[in-house]
Design a protein around this ligand. Structure first.
Ligand code: APR
Ligand code: PHB
Length: 390
């Protein structure tokens, strides 16, 4: 058996784990990142693609701004569509110049893996049977198998960045954790299509047949979503039906509609709101999807994960720099509070824009009235813009 040690053992090479490793490296703190999937799987996984201003600023500040600057699409506004009309919300004008940038999560992950590789610090894919142990002691341990060999990694701290289905959160005794959860009775059917976007900015649409979202990845690739049921059978959705339904739910009376093209990816994603509190147990710290899930309507998931690890990296830097554990002690409280702010916004966007089977026509008219108020009140638009750009 191989025995080694590091300062921070990081479980998971999603955006949270990789960014944490990068931030720690910049503070001169040693880490080992352990991921159970392959490099290709981690890179190719299709996820969200909206970066808040703070996430873009951080990427730039830590030397990862190059490709983002060239290939990211800066959006100053978004559109809300209902009853056949599109309304633009000028987020930059309402927030003193803040904006969002469209840059796929897989691009963020590629940039982070390249940066990690350059530092020559350890990042291991395809690890097996990973478990964390002795997290309430001063020397927690990660056990895992890699390349047929058993490893024991002794750490000062462990960062659980292993997503919603990871093992770090479940390794915390249930009595120490409160779970808050809501599972929505609908899901999103998402596609990537080789089609030039017909709107420069995102369009969130409420239609009486359900929600639809127009987004993009580049000048050649459109990303689109349709509200569907959580157990939707993809085989019932041949491409022509997807396009037909998207056209019905997104087209506006000014003649706007998405352009069609070859569909290169199609999948169904369930929707939930989830918070685990606290985000710390002994020397195990949770970050990102391991601790909280938001429904994708507010585009907060990735940004929340990045905010967690920025906070955690500063706390580790204070600990190693001056043996001050004050920020580590505050990490969970501050992060949970921030997660709830994102939960509130994501829940609100989701309930305003989706149709629920249990709702009736009253609820639908109320949703339309809410949207109507939103697009006609500067105060309401400012509130949305502030939350959306982060
Ligand atoms: N051992 C090692 N790695 C694991 C294990 C395990 N037992 N379980 C899960 N992982 C890995 C996953 O394969 C994944 O690569 O942990 C990583 C977690 O990454 P993400 O799920 O992307 O979570 P996070 O880094 O917190 O990023 C949050 O992902 O779901 C989106 O909307 C969300 O954009 C947000 C982002
Ligand atoms: C996306 O482009 O994938 C996307 C955009 C906005 C959202 C969710 C996902 O709210």
């Amino acid at each position: 058996m191989d025995v080694s040690r590091t300062q921070v053992g990081i479980v998971g090479a999603g955006p949270a784990g990789l960014m944490l490793g990068h931030l720690l490296h910049r503070h001169g703190i040693d880490s080992v990142i352990l991921e159970n999937r392959s490099r290709d799987y981690v890179i190719e996984r299709v996820r969200a693609g909206v970066l808040e201003q703070g996430t873009v600023d951080l990427m730039r500040d830590v030397g990862l701004g190059g490709r983002l600057e060239r290939e990211g699409l800066r959006h100053d506004g978004i559109h809300l569509a209902f009853e056949g009309v599109r309304y633009r919300i000028d987020m930059a004008a309402l927030t003193g110049g803040r904006a969002i940038t469209i840059y796929g999560q897989s691009e963020v992950v590629k940039d982070l893996i390249a940066a990690r590789t350059e530092t020559a610090r350890p990042l291991h894919f395809n690890v097996e049977h990973l478990r964390v142990d002795e997290v309430t002691s001063s020397q927690p341990v990660i056990h895992y198998r890699h390349d047929g060999e058993q490893h024991q990694l002794q750490c000062d701290f462990i960062a659980g960045c292993d997503g919603f289905h990871g093992i770090c959160r479940p390794s915390i005794p249930a009595a120490h954790l409160t779970i808050y959860e809501r599972v929505y009775p609908f899901a999103w059917l998402g596609i990537l299509a080789r089609a030039a976007p017909t709107s420069r900015e995102l369009v969130y649409s409420l239609h009486d047949r359900g929600f639809a979202l127009f987004s993009m990845r580049s000048d050649e690739v459109t990303r689109l979503y349709l509200q569907c049921s959580p157990d939707e059978d993809l085989s019932a959705w041949p491409d022509h039906r997807v396009w037909q339904e998207l056209a019905v739910r997104l087209s506006t009376s000014d003649g706007w509609r998405p352009a069609e093209g070859a569909i290169t990816q199609k999948s169904v994603t369930g929707m939930r709101s989830f918070v685990a509190d606290p985000m710390r147990y002994g020397r195990l710290y949770l970050a990102g999807d391991a601790a909280h899930i938001v429904p994708p309507t507010g585009a907060k998931g990735l940004n929340l994960a990045i905010a967690d690890v920025l906070r955690l990296s500063r706390a580790f830097a204070a600990f190693y720099g001056s043996r001050d554990s004050g920020l580590l002690d505050l990490y969970s409280e501050v992060s949970v509070k921030r997660a709830w702010r994102a939960q509130r916004f994501s829940w609100w966007m989701t309930s305003m824009l989706h149709r629920s089977d249990s709702a009736n026509l009253f609820d639908y008219r109320r949703q339309i009235a809410e949207l109507d108020y939103l697009v006609s009140s500067e105060a309401a638009m400012t509130s949305l813009a502030e939350n959306y750009v982060g």
